[in-house]
Design a protein around this ligand. Structure first.
Ligand code: PLP
Length: 361
């Protein structure tokens, strides 16, 4: 089955093979070498000189880590959809006071509105979703980062569904914590997540009380500097990561980003060509997942069944968003993910299969 859901994505066989290697201990020289290679590869993908921590958890774990290490009390959440809401839920569960800047689903955060919000109160951190997977919106991180910096807050970015697919120059933009998961643009199985952590974020972490144990950036950074992790990592996944980073860097990150852009353009043209609309506003459309308004009122569950028979697992939209849209009498959505090692031709074949089944409805 080819997975066309926004994570996990299908895993290439060479990664599965690499992961099946004989197990090794995580305190030995061999592991340290592999870890070192992974950390230098990740720095290239993240375009950062900061440490890129490797965590054995899904991305949600590192979202919690960002909150626990970078917020003593108050945080501002820029919320544009389901994954922005996740930031809010995590911060509340960690006992932080949360202010919310709500953005309409399908829209990106507006710089002026954020500036106004930041002028009203001083925040320790601002958390933003770079690529809102539920709506297909890409937020203008580079535009808002200077505002956050000027306000004195740390900037924490969830790039779970975009890092490795979209060009996010972490250091140029000035992101303090930028985190992602293995099962989206990295084409790995779920289970690992990565976060770049700035010196400012580490300094902040030293001052935060009751930040828990597993995700303490200070401890993670200390071990990281000796190519180690404080506790047993998912060694098999790290074998896979080494192989995948080599694949990405051999293709060249410029080419990887260009391929994702090309796939996004292809998908947008396809949707418009069938008379459907794009859910995300123009100028802020994701490079890695396209959210399409089902304006033709096609029975998506039927299409899903039909393409399954052709070997594809289709995504029929983010359920909560669709429930809200339907309640308002609006068209529901479907999402076409185009992330990871997917080739343009593979995407085209999938879109062709969708076209055939949609027309048959
Ligand atoms: C998938 C996703 C998450 C959740 O990541 P997990 O690895 O499942 O914990 C968070 N944020 C965004 C934007 C996502 O797409």
């Amino acid at each position: 089955m080819k997975l066309f859901i926004p994570g996990p994505v299908s895993v290439p066989s060479e990664i599965m093979q690499a992961m099946g290697k004989e197990m090794i201990g995580h305190r030995g020289k061999e592991f340290a070498e592999i870890f070192g290679e992974c950390s230098s590869g990740l720095k290239k993908v993240f375009q950062t000189n900061n440490r890129v921590l490797i965590s054995t958890s899904s991305g949600t774990g590192l979202m919690e880590a960002a909150i626990r290490n970078c917020v003593n009390d108050n945080v501002l959440m820029v919320e544009c959809g389901a994954f922005g809401k996740k930031w809010i839920d995590i911060a509340k569960a960690c006992g932080k006071s949360v202010d919310i800047l709500h953005v309409e689903p399908g829209k990106a955060v507006n710089k002026e509105v954020l500036a106004e919000k930041l002028s009203q109160k001083k925040y320790e951190s601002v958390c933003v979703t770079h690529n809102e997977t539920s709506t297909g919106v890409e937020n203008p991180i580079a535009e808002i980062a200077p505002l956050v910096k000027e306000s004195g807050a740390l900037l924490c970015v969830d790039s779970v569904s975009s890092m490795g697919g979209a060009n996010i120059p972490v250091d140029t933009i000035g992101i303090d914590v930028c985190l992602t998961s293995s099962q989206k643009c990295f084409s790995l199985p779920p289970g690992l997540s990565f976060a770049s952590v700035s010196e400012a974020a580490l300094e902040k972490s030293k001052t935060v009380k009751a930040k828990g144990y597993y995700f303490d950036f200070v401890e993670l950074a200390k071990e990281y500097d000796t190519n180690q992790t404080p506790y047993t990592p998912a060694v098999g996944l790290i074998f896979g990561l080494k192989t995948q980073l080599a694949t990405m860097l051999t293709e060249g990150m410029d080419n990887v980003w260009a391929r994702h852009e090309a796939m996004a353009t292809e998908t947008q043209k396809w949707a418009l060509g069938l008379g459907m609309d794009l859910f995300a506003e123009q100028g802020h459309r994701s490079k890695t997942v396209t959210c399409v308004s089902n304006t033709n009122k096609i029975n998506l569950e039927e299409v899903k069944k039909k393409v399954k028979a052709k070997g594809y697992v289709m995504d029929a939209g983010y359920r909560k968003l669709n429930d809200e849209l339907i309640a308002k009498g609006l068209a529901d959505t479907l999402r076409i993910p185009h992330m990871g090692n997917l080739k343009v031709e593979e995407l085209k074949a999938y879109l062709q299969a969708l076209t055939e089944e949609m027309k048959a409805q």
